[in-house]
Design a binder for this molecule. Structure first.
Ligand SMILES: O=C1C[C@@H](O)[C@H](O)[C@@H](O)C1=O
Ligand SMILES: [Co+2]
Length: 298
């Protein structure tokens, strides 16, 4: 891959999991960002332990050679919560803008079960036509707001949400304007669709609308257990659904080849939430960095 076009980041969720803050509560912000840099990454997303004042955060990252490339934002358009979503989005966008990020990765969380004890496969929400309309309208508006700052909005397809499956990604991108992008997460695409082929089909079809990439690997045996035993998304994370690229079932070589051939420009973010007591975050960050160097050549 071309390191002029593609930059490598890692998410803090492997050190401290904001969805379950008891996982990795002992890991400090400074340890997290120091280990990211030591493992060879130049970017990060934002975790709950990061100082939220850009004047404080920026120098602490700059000294370690780390840039902020994105931070998760939850939207609630399908619920009809447009005014509150847009207000909070503007604050979030201004923070990311001050940090120099170009992308705002959002997830439509209306009716989401990702943080609950419900079965992730059986109990996921399905939007009505009206909920789809509200969601598309909301994202079109976010994209316009972001463009005023020279930024772009991306939708993170996610297990347990109304935009999880390949068909739901198709519908979202068909109903939104071309300036609404997709945050492509290998782990969620594989987990939802169940195969490398389907995961790659999403990437292949929507590459021109993909402006941010999350690299997660998946443990197939854990996914099978979650499906068969009707467990929740978070049960899966605790049991080890996800791991770093090169440590699970996904072959990342075709992912890197497609991105490279089609001129993808932006960040690839290693994002592998697992229990830090079982998977030492620094060790796994080094493992991921080595695998990417060997398979993507960057
Ligand atoms: O981008 C992400 C952020 C996390 O909070 C989430 O649960 C994870 O699975 C993910 O892909
Ligand atoms: Co992700």
């Amino acid at each position: 891959m071309n390191s002029e076009r593609v930059k490598l980041a890692i998410a803090p969720i492997g050190w401290t999991n904001d969805d379950m803050p008891e996982l990795g509560s002992e890991n400090t912000f400074q340890q997290t960002v120091s280990e990211m840099a030591l493992a060879g990454f130049t970017g990060s997303e934002v975790g709950s332990k990061y100082p939220r004042d850009p004047a404080v955060l920026k120098p602490m990252l700059e000294i370690r050679g780390i840039q902020i490339c994105n931070a998760w934002f939850s939207t609630f358009f399908a619920n009809g919560d447009k005014a509150r979503t847009i207000d909070e989005f503007i604050n979030h966008m201004n923070f990311l803008h001050a940090m120099g990020a170009k992308v705002i990765g959002c997830s439509e969380q209306s009716k989401s079960i990702q943080g609950t004890t419900l079965a992730v496969f059986d109990d996921k929400p399905h939007f009505t036509d009206e909920e789809w309309r509200l969601t598309a309208e909301g994202y079109n508006e976010l994209a316009e707001i972001a463009a005023e700052k020279g930024m772009q909005v991306a939708l993170h397809h996610h297990m347990g949400t109304g935009i999880q499956t390949r068909a739901e990604i198709d519908r979202f991108l068909a109903e939104t304007n071309d300036n609404v992008f997709l945050l492509y997460d290998t782990g969620h695409a594989y987990y939802s669709e169940g195969s490398q082929q389907e995961m790659l089909a999403i990437l292949d079809r929507y590459l021109p609308r993909i402006n941010h990439v999350h690299l997660k690997d998946v443990r197939d045996d854990v996914v099978a257990q979650i499906r068969n035993e009707k467990k929740s998304f978070l049960d899966g994370v605790r049991a080890g659904t996800f791991t770093v690229p090169g440590d699970g079932v996904i072959d990342f070589r075709p992912v890197f080849a497609l991105l490279d051939e089609r001129g993808y420009t932006g960040w690839m973010v290693v994002e592998a939430e697992q229990d830090p007591a079982l998977a030492n975050p620094f060790e796994y960050a080094v493992k991921a960095r080595k695998y990417i160097r060997e398979t993507a050549g960057i």
